[in-house]
Design a protein around this ligand. Structure first.
Ligand code: FEO
Length: 419
């Protein structure tokens, strides 16, 4: 039966979270780029929530790129609701993945009361040209919906924009955390952590790391602060706006995010990420030596070739690894451009406090190392002496590669054991 939700969007039914609380998820497919730039090989869900007391609130909306709104309306109708029936719209976060459909929703229900932070109110005007029936919430303020449902608002700036709040429902202990505790990956039929196999749970935790490192990492200090602040709440359910709802073990995702945020200051995991690129195979010749040596030393290794591998996966591996090995040649007196782009992304996403070894062909002139020093100036990286040579590598470089790789492994191990 065609339910209007299309492939990957499950049945056109709302998902009951608890008595009076529903999730209305829609999925964006893998063909989309998140934020217009991040590949999503397994898509992503946009989870909107309904809380029904005597009054009804919607918490966060969706993006309508390819008919997702039609699916959303079908799911809303499955619990006998239309946009016109909603009394309150809570906007935790103004980024368009949660608000792009808002003007259409608002056109159908201009009397809806909109609750949001003061910064979000300004964004609501600038992004959606809406400034009526708007209520700016204070930290800790409550909204009583009647019927035992009370919403409490918590300022959690920069998770992930500066205007962000999270909403906590007191009776059920549900935290509607928007981007916080979210992950990539569509949800289709399985919506809760207790429905997942071990493999599926690992998938969503890996997707949470990738989501975190790609989207939230820049604001890790704020994440650490927010998690400390939220620890005062009795959180029984974590209901993010991307990915799985954590109701059996909400601490699993809270602790995962806490760990991801701590990687900013290092050390991260006792693992190494090798990111390499090569024009004509001279830099590539040392990759096998790196791989063999790290494996002999018994340390986990993630290998990514640039520009072949998806940038989001490279950033995720680098974020979780304490050690980085970077292979890149010189290209026209500077760094090989795909690696310069990758390293600039590391800079933007604050891939800080790593122990790093660089190798690569200097071509006819050198120059990659000079550019690397400039790009990484503020990343607080602890560099080993680089391995660089003109033209093709000789036995000397293979020997040095094995020796310095062992040294890197030892330093990473030592740093992680000190923690
Ligand atoms: Fe899911 Fe920052 O938006």
């Amino acid at each position: 039966m065609n339910d209007g939700c299309g492939t990957g969007n499950g049945q056109a039914k709302a998902v009951q979270v608890s008595d009076g609380i529903y999730c209305i998820p829609v999925n964006l497919p893998s063909s989309q780029l998140f934020e217009g730039m991040w590949p999503m090989p397994d898509g992503v869900s946009l989870n909107s929530y309904v809380v029904k007391g005597e009054k009804t609130a919607i918490i966060d909306l969706i993006e309508d790129i390819d008919g997702e709104a039609a699916c959303y309306l079908r799911k809303l109708a499955s619990i006998d609701l239309r946009p016109e029936d909603i009394d309150y719209l809570i906007i935790n976060h103004m980024e368009p993945d949660h608000t792009r459909w808002l003007p259409e929703f608002h056109a159908r229900n201009p009397r809806v009361r909109i609750y949001l932070s003061s910064k979000a109110a300004k964004m609501l005007k600038s992004f959606c040209d809406i400034d009526t029936n708007v209520h700016v919430v204070k930290n800790g303020e409550r909204l009583d919906l009647g019927g035992g449902k009370v919403l409490e608002f918590h300022e959690t700036p920069h998770i992930h924009w500066p205007e962000t709040i999270m909403t906590y429902e007191l009776q059920s202990g549900t935290l509607f955390s928007c981007d916080g505790f979210g992950s990539f990956g569509v949800v289709d039929g399985l919506h809760f952590d207790d429905q997942l196999s071990l493999e599926q749970r690992e998938f969503f935790l890996a997707e949470a790391l990738r989501y975190y490192s790609n989207i939230v990492a820049n604001f890790s200090t704020f994440v650490t602060k927010a998690i400390a602040q939220l620890s005062e709440l009795e959180i029984k359910v974590v209901a993010p706006s991307h990915g799985i709802i954590w109701r059996a073990n909400p601490q699993t995702i809270i602790e995962a995010y806490s760990r991801f945020a701590a990687y900013l200051k290092g050390p991260a995991e006792p693992e190494i990420t090798l990111v390499w690129s090569s024009m004509y195979g001279n830099t590539a010749q040392l990759v096998e030596t790196v791989e063999r040596t790290v494996r002999q030393e018994g340390m986990p290794l993630h290998i990514h070739r640039v520009p072949d591998d998806l940038i989001g996966h490279v950033v995720a591996s680098a974020w979780r690894s304490s050690g980085l090995i970077l292979g890149m040649p010189t290209y026209e007196y500077q760094m090989f451009p795909p690696m310069a782009w990758m390293l600039d992304m590391f800079r933007r996403k604050k891939v800080h406090n790593k122990t790093v070894l660089r190798f690569g062909s200097a071509g006819w002139s050198g120059g990659a190392q000079r550019e690397l020093d400039i790009i990484t100036e503020k990343l607080k990286w602890d560099f080993l002496e680089p391995i660089e040579w003109f033209g093709a590598p000789r036995q000397l470089q293979f020997d040095k590669m094995a020796e310095r790789t062992r040294e890197l492994v030892a330093r990473v191990r030592h740093a992680c054991e000190q923690e």
